[in-house]
Write a protein that binds this ligand. Sequence first.
Ligand SMILES: Cc1cc2nc3c(=O)[nH]c(=O)nc-3n(C[C@H](O)[C@H](O)[C@H](O)COP(=O)(O)OP(=O)(O)OC[C@H]3O[C@@H](n4cnc5c(N)ncnc54)[C@H](O)[C@@H]3O)c2cc1C
Length: 500
Amino acid sequence: MATKKVLIIGAGIAGLSAASYLQRNGYSTEIFEAHYLPGGLCTAWKRGQYTFDYCIHWLVGTNPETGFDVLWNELGAFQNEDGSKTQIRNFDESSRVELSDGQIVRFYSNADRLKEELLRVGPDDGKEIERLTNDLKTLSRLIPVADPEKRSVMYRLAVNLRYLSIMSRFMRHLKTPMQDYARKYHSEAIRKALLAVTPAEWSLATLTMGLGMQHSQAAGYPVGGSLNLARNIERKYLSLGGKIHYRHPVEKIIVKNGQAVGLALANGDQVMGDEIISAADGHSTLFQMLEGKYLTKTLQNAYTRFPLFPSSVFIALGIARDMKDEPKLLSLELDSPLELPDKSMHPFLSVTLRHYDPTLAPAGKTSASVLLNTWNGEFWKDLAGKDRPAYNEMKKEIGNQVIGLLEKRFPGIRSDIEEIDVSTPYTVQRYTRNWRGSYEGFGLTPETFMTRFPKMLPGLSHFSMIGQWTTPGGGLPPAALDGRNIAAKICRKDGRPFIA
Ligand SMILES: Cc1cc2nc3c(=O)[nH]c(=O)nc-3n(C[C@H](O)[C@H](O)[C@H](O)COP(=O)(O)OP(=O)(O)OC[C@H]3O[C@@H](n4cnc5c(N)ncnc54)[C@H](O)[C@@H]3O)c2cc1C
């Protein structure tokens, strides 16, 4: 059989995964990536002695008992360049909230310990706390299935009745907005703490899925961080004979007689292939590269009405201070909310202290970041387009403001800060081209969760779409799984056995 050529748009985790599985199954694959690095949103960057990690807080599949580790191992995600295996860190305390009145709420990873802590803070909320922590134990078993043959919810329901009770709880949480859920508690401290760790508009499921995974230690942190993980997957793919063309943005998908046949690149070149996979931003794939010609009702509805995950203003700090005694994720209630120039309001500062990863800063120093979610991503793009000096000045000012706020909790920290870098939603758009700078595609709601996004488009053969814009809620595991599933599907279509 002649070797088929598959062209993949985007070297994020979804694109790398698809390319890696297809390459090992006898296809000749090439990735075209706009940026100069692999990983897409799964990235990090260096400033001086510090590495600022943008993405991974927790990664489903770090625990072999989940079964999902198989996929990461197939991709070589935990195999480092020096031959060592990536160390995984799990944490006793997943985050801590400090309220302005001095009260502290610790979100322990273990559900029983979390129960004790919440009962200490809100002794009148016993019933709700019991319910929450029981649900966490149940949800801790809800792991994506790595085997493509077992991926559908229907299959899982049929083969495993246990899933019924897990899914019913998951759906109940999915339908509950955080702000409604928080109101169930008498304790003001618990109410505030819940809304500090998960935005009011988000679904309760985003909190409980995360905490559930911490309870079962299903989702740890891979030491080396996000870019190291992407680099590991890239290296394995290249070793299989794959090719990545960095700094090669794709402008159009070339279609002839209803079949995707090639790519038109921004540099004017055209590249022809037998199959095209877009693992790039969903909006630009559908509306620019395919000129809006292959939209289904579902897609039209989604891109008009569905809520998006937010983008963020991210303040990265290189701090010449050992902060190992501090929690890894700290939400600090501010005396008065911080208002960003895009009009988003922030009653809490969420500070990540990555002291648990020695590869990110020299001994005795800390790579840290403050993440401020915003849905007003276009503000930053407009400003940068109209007045670049004002945009740069605003970033500087936000950095200053944030350091000022941190001073209260960490006296003298300003003089320990050696590096500062502020990224905005516009930065996310520039480097990853994600629509409105969203960092996980569509938000997770009952409607988005139940919507089956087509990976193939009507009237267009030899084309598929994968990645976070095709799986509401996004995240690294669905991106990697998408790549595997599409490779298996293409193999099936061509009558080849799929080799993992
Ligand atoms: C702050 C933050 C924290 C996160 N935390 C976690 C976490 O703890 N755990 C977790 O599982 N997930 C987390 N995520 C989410 C996760 O990073 C994403 O959902 C996932 O990386 C998406 O992968 P993807 O391959 O679908 O898309 P992307 O990463 O967006 O990759 C798409 C790629 O396509 C390229 N591209 C776009 N357009 C073109 C074009 N025209 N031509 C060529 N190339 C193009 C882009 O440059 C990019 O490299 C986090 C994300 C962020 C930003």
